[in-house]
Ligand binder design. Structure first.
Ligand SMILES: Cc1cc2nc3c(=O)[nH]c(=O)nc-3n(C[C@H](O)[C@H](O)[C@H](O)COP(=O)(O)OP(=O)(O)OC[C@H]3O[C@@H](n4cnc5c(N)ncnc54)[C@H](O)[C@@H]3O)c2cc1C
Length: 436
């Protein structure tokens, strides 16, 4: 007999949890159940690197305890993934054969880490990814002292630092592209991040792709076009992809980038089925184009929208912005948000760049709007920039005659002053140059 649930949520990450909580807030009489393939209550993926480093214990990464779910009236079915959706019968069947009859369904299945399975040696013991708590437990339990981290996105950089902090003797980051985190950083930002990694004893090789993992019974080395790097563990951070298999099998339309296609209410192409979080394709607020911005904030926010609408309320999702935030050690924050200079090639833009006392800032403007910011070693002004980038309101406050006190809200005046300070420190003397 199928168990009847008003709103069934598949996926126990931030999107699924925010969706379930929104259902309870919007319509407290509706029953809600979260079905999750992992056995743990919700934990924080952004905190996994600190867990690997040994800085946080299990309680430290746990976001919701079982008691929290019970207190909110959210039912759980964990450790048993959804295997199939029958949209006509409104039925979900799990791996173990349990069945749930839903009124509304919310897909919050997240993403999976890319593995280069066809490359020689990638099936040897010693190859890992870092997506789940179980992945990190497996890395921690594996006997190794030398690691190669492949890929330099946030997960690669955080993983490298965590392994070093765990006591690894040697940690090397290998990046196939010309510089680190090329989607988020311009070259000058990458250079400063690489220097910060070196200070923490991490070797960085950019511009050389891994060709093979060597070893007989376990990983022994990684070979790139230029060198062989001895190691006993490889951590793959070469990208995340939307977990869309269930949706695809149920006949739900996907977008051009492979994420589940949703409208502004997070409704999929099928009636009574919503989707949210890393598994959906959203619109990038800066480019207006479809994007897979797989970050915690849009996952949680889109979950709230999906849950509210599934429960009969009204909410809309207004797109996402790419945001990279990490720390290279305690003293060196690194943030990158919005567009890069690389990405703006061919269009008119203004670059403001400033460096002093180990703090590097790079702000990109297009016309009267801030469209990107990269900061290394400081967070000064970041909230203002982020706010401006997210709102995409004109930053025409750079014009001196428009800066009298009281004319603009404090926040915007703050941004204007901040940008002017940057402008005066660009080192180019006077206003920043306009590049095309
Ligand atoms: C190591 C790491 C560090 C990160 N650091 C940051 C950061 O610093 N800042 C930031 O903004 N973002 C960060 N992220 C990204 C952020 O964690 C994700 O964007 C966010 O977790 C997405 O939430 P979600 O609920 O959509 O998906 P997920 O958190 O992936 O949750 C989806 C859940 O659905 C489950 N699931 C999948 N298929 C099924 C199925 N068939 N049946 C049942 N359950 C299923 C999965 O097992 C998973 O538990 C990080 C991610 C990782 C892995």
């Amino acid at each position: 007999m199928a168990r009847k649930i008003d709103v069934l949520v598949i996926g126990n990450g931030p999107a699924g949890n925010n969706a379930a909580q929104a259902v309870r807030r919007t319509a407290p009489d509706l029953s809600v159940l979260i079905l999750g393939e992992e056995a743990h209550p919700e934990y924080s993926a952004p905190a996994l690197a600190d867990y690997l480093a040994g800085e946080l214990d299990l309680a430290g990464v746990t976001v919701n305890s079982f008691a929290d779910y019970a207190r909110r009236g959210i039912q759980l079915h964990l450790g048993d993934g959804a295997a199939a959706i029958d949209p006509a019968a409104k039925l979900v069947t799990t791996e173990s054969g349990e069945q749930f009859q839903y009124g509304k369904l919310i897909l919050a299945t997240g993403s999976f880490a890319v593995r280069l399975r066809r490359m020689p040696g990638t099936n040897l013991p010693g190859n890992f990814v870092m997506r789940t708590l179980d992945d990190v437990d497996a890395i921690a339990a594996y006997p190794a002292k030398q690691a190669v981290v492949v890929g330099s996105g946030a997960i690669g950089l955080e993983g490298a630092l965590a392994l070093k902090q765990r006591g690894y003797e040697q940690v090397t980051v290998v990046e196939a592209l010309e510089w680190l985190s090329m989607k988020s950083f311009d070259k000058p930002t990458s250079d400063r991040v690489a220097a910060a990694l070196h200070r923490h004893g991490i070797q960085v090789y950019a511009g050389e792709g891994v060709q093979q993992v060597e070893g007989d019974t376990r990983v022994r080395a990684v070979r790139t076009a230029k060198r062989t790097i001895p190691c006993d563990l490889v951590l793959w951070g070469v990208g995340m992809r939307p977990q869309n298999t269930l949706a695809q099998q149920a006949g739900i339309a996907l977008g051009e980038l492979g994420g589940i296609r949703v409208d502004d209410r997070m409704q999929t192409s099928l009636p009574d089925i919503y989707a949210c979080g890393d598994c959906v394709e959203t619109t990038d607020r800066l480019t207006g184009k479809p994007a897979m911005n797989m970050f915690w904030e849009p996952a949680a926010r889109s979950g709230q929208v999906a849950g509210t609408n599934a429960a009969g309320g009204q909410a809309e999702f207004n797109g996402s912005v790419a945001l990279f935030l990490t720390y290279i050690g305690d003293d060196c924050p690194v943030v990158a948000v919005g567009r890069t200079e690389q990405d703006l090639q061919g269009s008119d833009y203004q670059l403001l760049e400033d460096e002093h006392h180990g703090a590097y800032r790079r702000v990109l403007l297009q016309g009267d709007r801030v469209v990107g910011a990269q900061l290394v070693g400081t967070l000064e002004g970041f909230n203002l920039l982020l706010d401006q980038i997210q709102k995409q309101a004109p930053a025409d406050l750079l014009l001196p005659e428009r800066q009298e006190a009281g004319r603009f809200p404090a926040l915007q005046l703050g941004l204007a002053v901040y940008l002017q300070q940057l402008q005066s420190r660009t080192g180019r003397g006077g206003p920043a140059t306009l590049r095309k």
